[in-house]
Design a protein around this ligand. Structure first.
Ligand SMILES: Nc1ncnc2c1ncn2[C@@H]1O[C@H](COP(=O)(O)OP(=O)(O)OP(=O)(O)O)[C@@H](O)[C@H]1O
Length: 577
């Protein structure tokens, strides 16, 4: 069974493996579709033969016995035709659903593995692109696929017309280039318009996602006017190009439909002369006129297919651009070391955000021995959160190295590494679903007992334990329905669950009152003992948790030492002033 590998090696036209592989896997089903199509086309020929026989043999001779026999035969054909048509639709759907599922999984995996430094476009345009999967699915799972299977039978039908109708075959033959020409000529315009319509649809989606995601801000800050203007502009542009796209494809499909009618009528007209010339019987003419419609029809369907092909190709290109991008993690075998002690080292790290003019980290050197708890201090925008992102491998440095336990973190499996770093970043983003799901996140090894332990540590249990449905409380999108402090507490429970050897907290108490914060610090002090802890904060109380302080300014370390010593140095200039 070598042929499939061959086809993957030299695909023409070049299809990406994410599309080609699931299609090839379904080749058996498509073979069944082709078989069913062949039978259905054969039945079509039989029906026309039936008509011809009735006109030429039954009508002139009043041969009712033959008519009964022929009718029974035809009835059987109709029943088979019915069953085969249903089977054909079912098989196309079956293959379509499998391909859709496969591609959906692959694309989603790629989406979550996207490298943040290579990410292009807004959240809205990314979701818009995911929506384009529907366009691809519609193409593979719809009747359009069956139209392609019917195309080779056009030749069979034409040969059949030539056999029974002779010169009449020139009529459908003349109609075919018209149909193909209409499809071909409109294609460049359709390609252009569907690309335009797709990008404008994504702009529309961007405005929508931004508005819905920040509805409270939109209302309170009066952003509705600005967003409303953006929305109508995007909407107008999109409906304009969608209208043009429909217009052009209507031209192609209408030309095909008219060619179909002309082919039928032309056959009848030409047939009259041939009958007069005794070259054709009336029955053969009727059969030919039916068949000439059947010869052009698949091509008319292909014209429709071509109009959809533009949209499908645009969607394919969009998705393929994302699928072609390198994902996170090493290209070769990723490391998953059994021991993860948590010694962190940033050596000569230089980093500039994509598109930013200034470097955020400028030759930063920092070693955090395993088990040490450090606080990162520094002014707003000095680069503290960026250091956390470097440690988590969210962005690779342009220069220098980020290492954990002496290994460049780019060699680790990103999911493996991040599962060992408990992280609570500045924004406490929760997901829709229960509080339990938000803490456990389906991670292996985190059972109810561990979830409760983490919830007690973070302070979540204080408010969740008292509610009747407690941890099964269902949250709306992004944790709506809870206060900011409660959300933050759940995010901390999520980070602490599973006792990861490294913990990175960025402003973990920014939404909490002093009392809640003090109680949290008491509980965390014992919990973090012996673990590598990186704390980014502007709140002095939290510094009780750390033994060393590193001060960052403009992406460099400007002070580093034992906590109390650095705190004294930081207070001194103020005392002098
Ligand atoms: N995603 C991003 N894209 C481009 N620039 C960014 C991005 N995130 C941060 N920056 C820039 O990098 C610089 C440092 O940001 P960072 O978030 O690391 O600061 P910080 O020290 O954590 O500040 P804060 O105390 O306000 O949290 C800022 O000047 C900011 O403009």
């Amino acid at each position: 069974m070598t042929p499939p590998a061959d086809m993957i090696d030299h695909p023409r036209p070049r299809f990406a493996p994410w599309l080609l592989e699931p299609m090839l896997r379904n080749r058996r089903i498509y073979l069944k579709v082709a078989l069913a199509a062949a039978m259905i086309n054969l039945f079509g020929l039989i029906t026309s033969l039936f008509t011809m026989t009735v006109y030429d043999r039954v009508v002139p001779n009043n041969a009712y016995a033959s008519l009964v026999a022929l009718s029974i035969g035809l009835l059987i054909v109709v029943v088979f035709d019915f069953v085969l048509r249903i089977l054909r639709a079912y098989f196309v759907d079956l293959a379509g659903a499998d391909i859709d599922h496969d591609i959906g999984t692959r694309v989603f995996q790629r989406l979550v593995g996207i490298r943040l430094d290579l990410k292009r476009g807004s959240t809205g345009s990314l979701t818009g692109m995911m929506r384009e999967l529907e366009t691809l699915r519609d193409f593979f799972a719809s009747a359009t696929m069956t139209a392609m299977v019917d195309v080779p039978f056009v030749v069979v039908t034409l040969v059949f017309i030539a056999i029974i109708g002779g010169a009449v075959v020139w009529v459908p033959l003349a109609a075919i280039p018209v149909v193909i020409g209409a499809g071909w000529l409109t294609r460049p315009a359709l390609d252009r318009l569907s690309a335009k319509s797709l990008s404008e649809g994504q702009s529309k989606q961007s405005v929508l996602v931004e508005t819905v995601g920040a509805l409270e801000m939109v209302k309170t800050s009066g952003a509705a006017t600005l967003l409303g203007r953006r929305w109508s502009k995007a909407n107008r542009a999109h409906s304009d190009s969608a209208m043009r796209q429909r217009l052009v494809s209507t031209i192609a499909t209408t030309v095909a439909a008219s060619a179909n009618t002309l082919s039928y009528a032309g056959t009848v007209v030409a047939g009259v002369f041939l009958i007069a010339d005794h070259q054709l019987t009336t029955g053969a003419l009727v059969a030919c006129s039916i068949l000439s419609g059947r010869a052009v029809q698949p091509l008319a369907q292909v014209a429709t297919l071509l109009t959809r092909l533009s949209a499908t190709r645009t969607a394919y290109r969009q998705i393929n651009t994302m699928m072609d991008q390198p994902t996170e993690g090493p290209q070769n075998e990723a490391l998953k070391p059994a021991r993860f002690a948590g010694r962190i080292e940033l050596r000569g790290v230089e980093f500039r955000y994509p598109g930013a003019a200034e470097k955020t980290l400028d030759g930063l050197n920092l070693v955090i021995p395993a088990g040490q708890r450090i606080g990162l201090l520094g002014r707003v925008g000095s680069g503290k959160s960026t250091i956390a992102r470097m440690i988590l491998g969210l962005y690779p440095p342009q220069e220098g190295l980020v290492m954990i336990d002496g290994t460049d973190i780019r060699q680790f499996d990103p999911a493996y590494m991040r599962a060992r770093i408990g992280t609570a970043l500045q924004e406490s983003v929760l997901l829709s679903g229960s509080v339990r799901e938000n803490i456990v996140l389906d991670r292996p090894g985190i059972d109810d007992a561990e979830m409760l332990r983490a919830a007690e540590l973070s302070g979540t249990h204080q408010f969740m334990g008292q509610l009747a449905n407690g941890y099964d409380l269902i949250l709306a999108d992004r944790g709506e329905g809870l206060s900011g402090g409660q959300r933050q507490s759940i995010a901390l429970a999520r980070a602490l669950a599973g006792s990861p050897p490294v913990v990175v907290f960025d402003e973990p108490t920014s939404a909490m009152d002093q009392q809640t914060e003090a109680a949290l610090i008491d509980r965390l002090a014992a919990e973090l003992e012996g673990r590598t802890f990186v704390l980014i904060t502007h709140r002095p109380a939290l510094l009780r948790l750390v033994e060393r302080i590193v001060v960052i300014d403009a992406g460099r370390v400007v002070n580093d030492g034992p906590r109390d010593q650095v705190l004294q140095q930081l207070q001194r200039p103020r005392a002098v002033a």
